[in-house]
Design a protein around this ligand. Structure first.
Ligand SMILES: Cc1ncc(COP(=O)(O)O)c(C=O)c1O
Length: 387
């Protein structure tokens, strides 16, 4: 299958990730990390802490301020529920994934107030300037999607960071579609909380992700929302409140983290500038190949080739349901894409595609130009068939 659904998950991992996982599963000495001082427990702990250190450096965080979770959804649930309480107000955006929206809606039932900024007029960009009108005396945090999983548009993060700095708010960033696509440094970018997933552009296996906290979080009280085995202070009734244990109850996903570590080393060794350039080239090749096809509508602004984007092209053919096109791509052309709502209901409402959905093509560094050209040829045939 020609896999062009990398925004859902990257199925094809770099060889170094495959090899690291194969080596790890053959080892008989990976015990339970932090649960004992014998060789097997220590070997596992070494692997987890090495992964933590590499990921922390990759995002510009301190090792002690990066906690591993199962995915971005878990990271977002943990931080939002740990941080926010009744009476707080949060500003977010219409581009959010349900992994932000649903925890926020849950919190709203407990008394947290929510406001959502829409898109700028005639644009695919979040109206960050509108945050100013949404600000209230009880606003505590801004929660934003770094890159839309529907359009690939990247939010004006520096404007979000400036707004938060000026108004003493916390900036929480959902980096599910940006981590591993372009460089992120939480300190330089003014991010207080970065939530990432391991299985997409970081090329790790499923069941990996994390939360990285910036230096301003040092004084922010966070309550434990999961508790259980921690390997430390076992006689205390309350789960340890300090990072990273605060968000790491239970046994770590050692094998998964070994794979994630290899994925991030692959990105680090290639260099993010080269990775981003490759992804941009593939995305633009696809865009240029389909943009003038009869009946084709693209959701996203590709007018400036220098504009940073996630490697996503969302499109529709006339008023054909996205699911019909995506199914034909899979059955007749052996091409994987993702139709439908992409768990981003407010974004589809903003784009007017709640009923039709959008066909999403998304690329990874494992794709070749031949993959892209197959996608273009398939869309050209479908355009001739339907329009
Ligand atoms: C923007 C965005 N946020 C969050 C998520 C959730 O990621 P995960 O499924 O790894 O929890 C996704 C996944 O598609 C996403 O695209």
């Amino acid at each position: 299958m020609i896999y062009l659904d990398n925004a859902a998950t990257s199925t094809i991992k770099p060889d170094s990730v495959k090899e690291a996982l194969c080596r790890a599963i053959r080892r008989d000495d990976l015990g339970n990390p932090g649960r004992g001082a014998h060789e097997c427990s220590l070997q596992a702990l070494l692997e987890v802490e090495a992964a933590r250190s590499t990921l922390a450096k990759f995002f510009g965080a301190k090792d002690s301020q990066l906690a591993f979770t199962a995915n971005a959804t878990m990271s977002l649930n943990l931080i939002l529920k740990s941080l926010l309480k009744a009476g707080d107000h949060v500003i977010s955006s219409c581009t959010e994934h349900n992994s932000v929206l649903r925890p926020l809606y849950q919190l709203a039932e407990e008394g947290v107030d929510l406001s959502f900024a829409g898109l700028k007029k005639d644009s695919f960009q979040v109206d960050v300037a509108a945050f100013e009108q949404l600000l209230r005396p009880n606003t505590r945090a801004v929660v934003v999607n770094h890159a839309s999983n529907v359009t690939g548009e990247v939010i004006e993060l520096s404007a979000c960071a400036e707004f938060c700095r000026k108004n003493k708010l916390l900036l929480i960033v959902d980096a599910a579609q940006s981590a591993g696509v372009f460089p992120i440094n939480i300190q330089a970018d003014g991010i207080d909380v970065l939530c990432f997933t391991g299985h997409k552009s970081l090329y790790g296996p499923g069941g990996t992700g994390g939360i990285a906290l910036g230096s301003r979080m040092a004084d922010v009280p966070l309550k434990s929302v999961i508790s259980g085995g921690s390997g430390i202070r076992s006689f205390e009734k309350v789960h340890p409140q300090e990072m990273p244990t605060l968000f790491e109850a239970g046994t770590a996903n050692v094998l998964g983290l070994i794979g994630l570590h290899a994925g991030v080393k692959y990105l680090r060794d290639r260099g993010m500038a080269e990775v981003e350039a490759q992804l941009t080239k593939l995305m633009r090749r696809f865009y240029e190949g389909v943009k003038d096809l009869p009946g084709l509508k693209i959701y996203g602004d590709f007018s400036d080739p220098g504009q940073r984007r996630a490697p996503i092209v969302g499109l529709n053919l006339g008023d054909v349901p996205a699911a019909v096109i995506s199914d034909l791509l899979a059955t007749d052309y052996d091409i994987a894409t993702r139709p439908g709502a992409h768990c981003a209901p407010r974004m589809h409402q903003a784009l007017g595609t709640a009923d039709q959905g959008i066909v999403r093509f998304s690329f990874s560094t494992m794709n070749s130009e031949a993959d892209i050209d197959a996608g273009i040829a398939a869309m050209a045939e479908l355009s001739r068939a339907f329009v």
